[in-house]
Design a protein around this ligand. Sequence first.
Ligand SMILES: CCCCCCCCCCCCC[C@@H](O)CC(=O)SCCNC(=O)CCNC(=O)[C@H](O)C(C)(C)COP(=O)(O)OP(=O)(O)OC[C@H]1O[C@@H](n2cnc3c(N)ncnc32)[C@H](O)[C@@H]1OP(=O)(O)O
Length: 241
Amino acid sequence: MASSEEDGAVEEKENNNKKRTRSALATAWLTFYNIAMTAGWLVLAMAMIRFYFQKGTHKGLYRSIARTLKFFQTFALVELYHCTVCQLTSVIVTGVQVCSRIFMVWFITNSIRQIQSEESVILFLVVWTLTEITRYSYYTFSLLHHLPYFIKWARYNLFIVFYPLGVIGELMTIYAALPFVRRTGMYSMRLPNMYNVSFDYYYCLIIVMLSYIPLFPQLYFHMLRQRRRVLYGEVIVEKDD
Ligand SMILES: CCCCCCCCCCCCC[C@@H](O)CC(=O)SCCNC(=O)CCNC(=O)[C@H](O)C(C)(C)COP(=O)(O)OP(=O)(O)OC[C@H]1O[C@@H](n2cnc3c(N)ncnc32)[C@H](O)[C@@H]1OP(=O)(O)O
């Protein structure tokens, strides 16, 4: 017990050292990145609100924001670089989070026009947007050493509800895509072909859906641990990647 507390104290010290040694250039880049991402997701939020009030329906909303969404969600790949170079956080947690979102955007929603008007798409778009505005403004204000408490509170409380809601939206969207994928055989390769390889996107989507069962709890518990650390000052000993 004492040794785990000591380990925790050592980790806390290492984290503080990491922060101190982050170069001015890295801090400047992160500040710019976080401001740009906050602005990007704010633009998305405004575009969604405007669309809904102008048209009075969610049908067509995805098409109207697709370009901006694809740009900002894909740009988040930079966060994998942040994890490795700036050593901000776990590359595995961030990798699963960012890659699953990119998969949702490019290989599901953007590729299958027939499902773009599903309510589930709007559900995950709304929770992603609210989450990212909060998350990137949290990082920005933290870097500027002026973090309002309500942003900190929102960052480490909203996810308790938003994370499951986002997952429901994503899973329902993939589920809605299944009949279309099966009917058209999209992204699939049947034998015989010149590469002698067979791939069925339909079963791939089922595997992706099933992979939420082991992966999502890990992300959720990671955030619960971060919450205890940031809001209640608990010393958390994370296992190495
Ligand atoms: C290719 C096929 C893939 C198939 C995948 C299969 C499925 C997998 C299941 C995945 C389910 C995902 C569902 C998801 O998409 C649904 C939603 O997102 S719904 C919306 C709700 N979501 C959330 O609330 C997300 C919450 N989760 C996270 O935020 C993530 O865990 C993560 C983005 C990875 C962030 O985790 P992290 O450990 O980084 O947390 P912290 O924010 O506490 O950061 C730790 C410290 O690092 C500093 N940091 C991090 N980034 C920056 C930055 N850009 N600039 C400055 N500083 C940064 C941060 O300040 C913390 O520092 P400190 O310790 O000093 O506080």
